[in-house]
Design a protein. Structure first.
Length: 95
């Protein structure tokens, strides 16, 4: 795709391993909004292998929570990343 003003060639999507790793995490994230913003947040964090694994694991755990069963209570992906929500304490389920 070319910019109509300066004729600069833009990539449709990044072509690197980091983007592939982001897509793996994004696949598991239940709220599919703001993908470009989420990827910018991901690049800013520059997660290593251990952190990437932790982020996926925490998302999967949050998906099991009662709170995340209602989409309006699931943060946007970029917000989750900016706020380092993988460090949040997982919600305790009440019986």
């Amino acid at each position: 795709m070319k910019c109509p003003k300066c004729n600069h060639q833009w990539e449709n999507k990044p072509d690197d391993k980091d983007y592939e790793h982001f897509l793996i995490w994004y696949k598991y994230y239940p709220r599919k909004v703001g993908k470009p913003n989420a990827y910018r947040a991901w690049k800013k964090i520059k997660p290593d292998t251990e952190l990437k694994r932790k982020m996926v694991e925490v998302v999967l755990e949050h998906c099991k929570s009662k709170q995340w069963q209602s989409p309006e209570f699931i943060p946007y992906p970029a917000t989750w990343l900016h706020q380092e929500r993988w460090n949040d304490k997982l919600p305790q389920e009440e019986d």
